[in-house]
Design a protein around this ligand. Sequence first.
Ligand SMILES: N#Cc1ccc(Nc2nc(N)cc(-n3ccc(CO)n3)n2)cc1
Length: 287
Amino acid sequence: QFNIIKYEDLKWDISLGQGSFTRIFKGYKTDIHKGEKQVTEVLLKELDVAHKNSWESFFEAASLMSQISHKHLLLVYGISVHGVKNIMVQEFVKYGALDLYLKRGRSVSVSWKLDVAKQLASALSFLEEKNIFHGNICAKNLLLAREGDPLQGSSPFIKLSDPGISVAMLGEDVILDRIPWVAPEVLEDPDNPTLECDKWSFGATVWEIFNNGNAPLRGWDLKLKRQFYEAFQQLPPSQWTELAELISQCMSYQPAFRPSCRSIIRQLNSLITSDYVILHATEPVTQ
Ligand SMILES: N#Cc1ccc(Nc2nc(N)cc(-n3ccc(CO)n3)n2)cc1
């Protein structure tokens, strides 16, 4: 499924923060390649000891990412186990998580955001072809490999990160806290997620990207978040009607009403060519 990396071949560098069940570090792995020592920069993702009994699910996420390869899917080199430590060894993606990058107030253009959305849609389309459910699509799990430079006209490049511990293994509170990224039907039946659930999350992620990385329903408590679904509410619509339309299609409470990946990509292409893009070259950054 994936290769086992020897703990002694890994070296930890600085801590880069923590996710919900993991902490991440910059690091290095050493390989012997044709008798030569080769050191590779990696991202070391450690499963918190408190959640060590979710290690199968943690590694299942790693093996999912190792079995398929696509330019917009994160490369996972392998896993390492050392005592109670469970470590996933990933390619180091230069600019890290997209939500933090956008929050840092980088004012990026509308076409930059659409480009990122299209790359995510193509990763989603690839997963759909392979009938693979991701389960954790959000801006925090989009990694920025290339910034793209509006002046040079070079475009950004993103990689979708591993899904982490599967949603079926998570407690109800963790699932509730993932509102509005988690599809409403997942709350009803977390053990049988479908590909349509990822389309809902795609809609919430595009909303995030166009809101400069600010989380939707930020600061809402779990009760309010649950009510958001019970009242069939939608996220505040973008003033760009066609974009708001795509997001609300993806975030249909009826899974069958969500558009196919092909339709999502087609709609993104028509957004890219619309004159809104030219008029709003770089939005003033509203924090
Ligand atoms: N400052 C800074 C900085 C931080 C991280 C990276 N690189 C990176 N590489 C990966 N493979 C994965 C991640 N992640 C970050 C959050 C998650 C949650 O999924 N992953 N970050 C580069 C710069």
